[in-house]
Design a protein around this ligand. Structure first.
Ligand SMILES: Cc1cc2nc3c(=O)[nH]c(=O)nc-3n(C[C@H](O)[C@H](O)[C@H](O)COP(=O)(O)O)c2cc1C
Length: 325
């Protein structure tokens, strides 16, 4: 399949693995890239820019195909040395950056000057247009269904994607709720030129996370996520667990007076404990509603091949069939 996204990134299939904290390591990114998609290393999972240089070098040894690095501009208190992380990406010879969180505007000259393509993840049409205006090459349009931070507008992809198509000139991929060939064809019908998946890629053989995490995603239904931190305007979609129930309780109790301190121990430092140690109730961790569509733990190659075969069958048989009839 050829789209402006496959051409832009030099990949075989229009499928991207979104940056994921403590999941987007070299093992994950290289497996997706080797399977013909675009794998992404999560920059800030590496504690220092020096460690990111090492992770990029490791990934380069594991694949000869293009891969990218996610740089998430965090809200509030945390302030990592972003220019140095960008230097690490440039020095590592990486050709794609996925930015997310706040606008990458301040760093665009530096990034584009190094010949790197930028795909910015946005949860609204207005942010997508801003990304286009500041020179991003593509956008990842992240609907309300998504795992992680859906923003505060709550617009699902059935509306958000065609709205993005009405306004954008640069290509975009659909993100949030994507799992299979049906998702890809639907996303493309709504105007996207590919798709970005997070949660689906965690339940793969190569994802470098504890088996408990993969099993939890397979066991979860579409009813098993919750939105937390809305009162802090930092809404996150997470998998329900004991810690999340506790957060929801505290949020109900505190109402508008909620502060990050009230829930810090339930949301801070959680990822290594969940992803590496498999402590499923350690705190809140991002997960999409798409868990309801995830029933297996394939290799990335099997997953991507199945998606592309299913997409082709839907287009050639199911959809064409309706026309022929
Ligand atoms: C466990 C997990 C961690 C994530 N961490 C990040 C992150 O650090 N930075 C980021 O930009 N997006 C992050 N995301 C969002 C994904 O990149 C992607 O946009 C999202 O998962 C898409 O929705 P889906 O899960 O329905 O596929 C994370 C998602 C998950 C599930």
């Amino acid at each position: 399949m050829k789209t402006r996204i496959t051409e832009l990134f030099g990949i075989q299939h229009p499928i991207i693995q979104g940056g994921m904290h403590f999941v987007g390591l070299a093992e994950m990114a290289s497996a997706v890239s080797n399977a013909g998609g675009l794998g992404i290393i999560t920059g800030l999972t590496q504690p220092t820019p020096e460690k990111l240089v090492e992770e990029i070098a490791k990934c380069s040894k594991m694949t000869s195909k293009p891969f990218g690095v996610n740089l998430t501009f965090l809200p509030g208190f945390a302030n990592p040395p972003y220019p140095e992380y960008i230097d690490a990406i440039i020095d590592g010879g990486v050709k794609v950056i996925e930015t997310a969180g706040r606008s990458p505007e301040a760093y665009m000259d530096k990034i584009k000057g190094a010949g790197i393509k930028v795909i910015h993840k946005c949860t609204s049409v207005r942010h997508s247009l801003k990304a286009e205006k500041i020179g991003c090459h593509a956008v990842s349009v992240d609907g309300f269904e998504c795992g992680g931070h859906p923003g505060e507008d709550d617009i699902p992809n059935m509306i958000l994607l065609p709205r993005a198509a009405e306004e954008l000139k640069i290509p975009f991929v659909a993100s949030g709720g994507m799992a299979d060939g049906r998702s890809l064809v639907a996303a493309m019908a709504l105007g996207a030129e590919g798709m970005n998946m997070g949660t689906r890629f965690i339940a793969t053989k190569e994802a470098p996370v504890h088996i408990n995490v993969k099993n939890a995603i397979v066991a979860a239904s579409e009813l098993d996520t919750r939105l937390v931190m809305r009162g802090l305007r930092n809404t996150e979609r997470v998998l329900t667990n004991a810690a999340v129930e506790k957060i929801v309780e505290i949020e109900k109790e505190k109402g508008d007076s909620i502060a990050i301190e009230d829930i810090r121990e339930l949301v801070g430092g959680v990822y290594p404990r969940v992803m590496q140690e498999g402590l499923m109730d350690a705190g809140a961790w991002s997960c999409g509603m798409v868990a309801g569509l995830i029933h297996d733990i394939p290799t990335c190659q099997e997953l991507i091949d199945n998606i592309m075969n299913e997409a082709e069958a839907i287009i050639r048989k199911r959809l064409e069939g309706f026309l022929a009839a």
